[in-house]
Design a protein. Structure first.
Length: 687
C-alpha cells in the first residue's frame, strides 16, 4: 500500500511537472507571437507615418512655392538661425551675421528688435515688411514677414522663434500701378466735359462727376451716394436688368416735374423742366463677372430746342467695355475728340511728359524745350509755373499759355494747363499730374468778342454823335426859317423882303433835303426799297444824271462826260441807279471849286462800271476809309452837304449787288469807282 502510494505520488509529481512545462512553452510562444505582431504593427505604422510626412512635406513645399513663402527659425540658446529650403526642406544653419547679409540693414534691425521683444514675452507675434539686400543686378525683393513662437522651455519662456516670409514685390508693384491707374481714372472721370455716372455690380450709384451734378441740379452728391440710389430709380432704366445689360445707347425725353409728382424716387434732383438726354451705358466685365456699369451722357435739351430738327442721338462710346483696359481706350477716345492731353511733370528730372494715350508711353520734353515752345509774351508765366513745380509747392495749378505752335488756320495755339501735385506717403511731392487742353478757339473767340464789343460801343457812340449832329443840322435851318419869318412881322424895309424870302427858301430847301435823306436812308436800312430791273439804255440818260448832280458847279469848273457807246442796253433799275449817279456827282460838285469834273461808264465782264473824277479838295487815307460811314464824328471827317450823300449811295449800290470805292489825295481830287453786276442786252459803240 505504501509502495503504491509512493508510485502514485511520483506519477502525480511528474504529471505536474509536465503541465508546468507545457504552460511555460505556451506562454513563451504566445509572447513571441505577440512581439512579432507588435513589431509588424509598429513597422506598418512607421511606414504610414513616413508616407504621411512625405505627403505633408510635398504639400508644404507646394504651398510655400505657390505663396512664394520661405521659413526660418531662430534658437535663442544657440544664437543660430536655420533657413529651411523650399526645394527639399533641408535646414541651413547660419550665424546672425551671415543671416543679416540677406536683408537690408535697417530692416534686419527691426526684425532683431521684434525677436527680442518676443523672447522677453513682450509680444506674442509680430508682422512687418522687410527688404532684401540688393542682388548682383541691384534688384531688391520685398518680404511680408510674420514672427511667432515655435517652442518654449520648461519655464514657458520662448526658446525658438519661427519666421515665415512671403515675396510681395510683384504685389507691391501691381498695387502702385493700380493706384496710378485709378488716379488717372478719377482725374479724367471728374474733368470730363460729359456726365459720367458709375453704378456698381448690384446697380447702386457709386460715383458721379461734377458735370453730372450740374446737369441734374444735385447740390449734395455725398448724401445721394450715401443713400444708395438704385439704377432702376431712373425712369429710363426701370425696365433694365443690370446682370444682363449689354452695351446700350439711349436717347430719352423726360418731363422731370411730371415724373417727380407721380413717382418721387430721387429727391436730390432739383431740375424741373423737360430734359432731352442721350447716354451710353457700358457694362464693365472681367472674365464674365460684372464689375459695374458706366454711364456717359449729356443734356442736349438746348440743342434740340434751338434747332427743332435734331433727334436724340448718342455718339459717345462705340465699343463694349469688358475690362479696365477697354475703359482706358474710351478715355483715350475722349482725350482725342476733346483735343486734350494728360501731363506729368517730374521735378527730379525737370522733364514734362505728355500722353495722348494711356496705354502708351508719353513724349518727354525737357523744361528748356518746353519754355522755348511758349510765345515770348507768356514765357515769363511759363517760367514761373516751372519754378512753382520745381519747388514742389502744393495747390492746384491752372494757367493758359500762348504757344508758338500753329493750328490748321495758322493761328498761335493757346494751351490750358490744369495740374495738381501728387505726393508720396510722407507728403512729399513726387510729381505733378494734370490735363492739357487746347483752348485756342475759346481764346480767339474771346478776343473777337472783345473786339466786337468795343466796335459795338464805338458804333453806339458814333450813332449818338450822328443823332446829335442831325439834331443840330435840323435846328439850324429851322431856326433860320423861323428867324427870317419873324422879321416880316418886325419893322423892315420893303427892299429887304426879297432877301428874307430868299433865305427862307434856301434854308427850307436844306431842311427838306436833309429830311428826305434821313427818310430815304431809313427806308434803305429797313430794306423797304424795291429794285425793278428792266432793259434800259444807259447812254440815253447818263449825261442827264451827271448834269443834274453838277448843277451847283461854278463857271471856272469844266464838265466832261465821256461815252464810247451810242447805245448800251442792260437790265438794271434805272431809277435808283440815276439817284446814285446824281448824288455822287452832286457830292463831287460840292468838293470842287476849280479844275474839272469828269464822268464815264463802261460795260466789262458782266458789270457796269461808272467812274466819277474831280479835282476838288481830296482827302487823306484815313478819311477816305471812313468817307462812306454814316456814324463818323466831325473830328474824324469834315462833313460836306448833309453828310448822308455817300452813305446813301454806298447802301443803294450794295443792295443792288454792286460795290463802290474811292481813290483820293489831299488837294488833288478824288476818283469814285462804282461797279454793278447786270445783264447785257445789246450795245452800239461809237465809231
Amino acid at each position: 500500500m505504501r509502495v503504491f502510494t509512493t508510485i502514485l505520488r511520483d506519477n502525480l509529481m511528474y504529471l505536474e511537472f509536465e503541465h508546468t512545462y507545457i504552460y511555460l512553452t505556451a506562454a513563451f510562444l504566445m509572447t513571441v507571437t505577440a512581439m512579432i505582431v507588435y513589431n509588424r504593427i509598429i513597422y506598418y505604422r512607421e511606414r504610414k507615418t513616413i508616407r504621411q510626412m512625405r505627403r505633408l512635406n510635398s504639400q508644404l513645399l507646394l504651398i510655400m512655392d505657390a505663396n512664394k513663402t520661405q521659413a526660418w527659425t531662430y534658437n535663442a540658446k544657440k544664437n543660430k538661425f536655420k533657413v529651411i529650403s523650399k526645394k527639399d526642406l533641408t535646414e541651413t544653419v547660419l550665424t546672425p551675421y551671415e543671416f543679416s547679409q540677406k536683408f537690408d540693414r535697417e530692416d534686419f534691425k527691426l526684425m532683431t528688435d521684434a525677436i527680442k521683444a518676443m523672447l522677453g514675452r513682450q509680444e506674442l507675434s509680430d508682422a512687418m515688411t522687410v527688404k532684401s539686400a540688393p542682388d548682383s543686378d541691384g534688384a531688391v525683393t520685398e518680404y511680408e514677414t510674420t514672427l511667432s513662437v515655435l517652442r518654449r522651455d520648461k519655464h514657458d519662456m520662448p526658446e525658438e522663434i519661427l519666421g515665415t516670409q512671403r515675396d510681395v514685390t510683384e504685389e507691391r508693384r501691381r498695387a502702385k500701378e493700380n493706384k496710378n491707374l485709378m488716379l488717372r481714372y478719377h482725374n479724367v472721370f471728374n474733368s470730363s466735359l460729359v456726365d459720367m455716372i458709375y453704378y456698381d455690380a448690384n446697380g447702386y450709384l457709386a460715383d458721379l462727376n461734377e458735370t453730372a451734378c450740374k446737369t441734374f441740379g444735385v447740390k449734395e452728391p455725398k448724401s445721394l451716394l450715401k443713400r444708395k440710389m438704385k439704377m432702376t430709380d431712373i425712369p429710363s432704366y426701370r425696365e433694365m436688368d443690370v446682370r444682363t445689360l449689354e452695351h446700350t445707347q439711349l436717347s430719352s425725353i423726360t418731363d422731370i416735374a411730371k415724373v417727380k409728382s407721380m413717382d418721387e424716387r430721387v429727391p436730390e434732383i432739383t431740375v424741373r423742366s423737360k430734359m432731352y438726354y442721350e447716354v451710353m451705358l457700358g457694362p464693365i466685365r472681367s472674365q464674365n463677372t460684372l464689375l459695374g456699369v458706366i454711364a456717359a451722357g449729356r443734356d442736349i435739351t438746348e440743342m434740340v430746342e434751338s434747332t427743332h430738327r435734331q433727334k436724340e442721338t448718342a455718339r459717345l462710346i462705340e465699343q463694349r467695355t469688358r475690362d479696365i483696359q477697354q475703359y482706358i481706350r474710351d478715355i483715350n477716345y475722349s482725350l482725342l475728340i476733346s483735343e486734350s492731353r494728360l501731363v506729368n511733370y517730374y521735378p527730379d528730372t525737370h522733364e514734362m511728359e505728355i500722353l495722348s494715350n494711356l496705354s502708351k508711353a508719353g513724349r518727354r520734353i525737357a523744361q528748356l524745350h518746353a519754355v522755348a515752345l511758349i510765345h515770348e509774351t507768356d514765357q515769363q508765366k511759363a517760367k514761373d509755373l516751372i519754378k512753382h513745380m520745381d519747388k514742389r509747392r502744393l495747390g492746384t495749378i491752372s494757367v493758359t499759355l500762348c504757344t508758338n505752335l500753329r493750328d490748321y488756320q495758322r493761328r498761335n495755339m493757346y494751351l490750358n494747363f490744369k495740374m495738381m501735385p501728387i505726393t508720396d506717403q510722407d507728403g512729399r511731392v513726387t510729381h505733378y499730374f494734370g490735363l492739357l487742353r487746347n483752348d485756342t478757339e475759346m481764346a480767339y473767340t474771346e478776343k473777337k468778342l472783345q473786339e466786337e464789343t468795343a466796335k459795338a460801343q464805338e458804333e453806339e457812340q458814333l450813332k449818338n454823335t450822328f443823332l446829335q449832329n442831325m439834331s443840330y443840322e435840323l435846328r439850324v435851318p429851322l431856326h433860320a426859317v423861323i428867324g427870317f419869318a419873324g422879321l416880316f412881322k418886325a419893322e423892315h424895309s420893303l427892299e429887304d423882303e426879297p432877301v428874307f424870302a430868299a433865305e427862307i427858301k434856301k434854308n427850307t430847301d436844306v431842311l427838306l433835303n436833309l429830311i428826305n435823306d434821313i427818310l430815304f436812308i431809313s427806308r434803305l436800312d429797313a430794306h423797304m426799297i424795291e429794285y425793278n430791273n428792266e432793259v434800259f439804255d444807259i447812254a440815253s440818260k447818263f449825261s442827264t444824271w451827271c448834269e443834274a448832280g453838277w448843277n451847283r458847279l461854278k463857271q471856272p469848273v469844266d464838265r466832261n462826260i465821256e461815252s464810247t457807246y451810242n447805245s448800251l442796253l442792260v437790265k438794271v433799275d434805272p431809277h435808283h441807279l440815276g439817284i446814285a449817279v446824281e448824288k455822287l456827282c452832286a457830292y463831287s460838285a460840292l468838293t470842287t471849286t476849280e479844275g474839272h469834273v469828269k464822268a464815264r461808264y463802261e460795260y466789262l465782264h458782266g458789270e457796269l462800271l461808272i467812274i466819277v473824277e474831280d479835282t476838288g479838295t481830296g482827302m487823306d487815307v484815313n478819311e477816305a476809309a471812313q468817307i462812306f460811314d454814316r456814324f463818323v464824328s466831325e473830328k474824324k471827317r469834315k462833313r460836306i452837304g448833309t453828310g448822308l450823300d455817300l452813305p446813301i449811295v454806298k447802301e443803294m449800290i450794295e443792295q443792288m449787288g454792286g460795290a463802290i470805292d474811292v481813290m483820293s489825295e489831299p488837294k488833288k481830287g478824288s476818283t469814285y469807282l462804282v461797279s454793278i453786276p447786270c445783264e447785257l442786252v445789246s450795245f452800239v459803240k461809237k465809231s
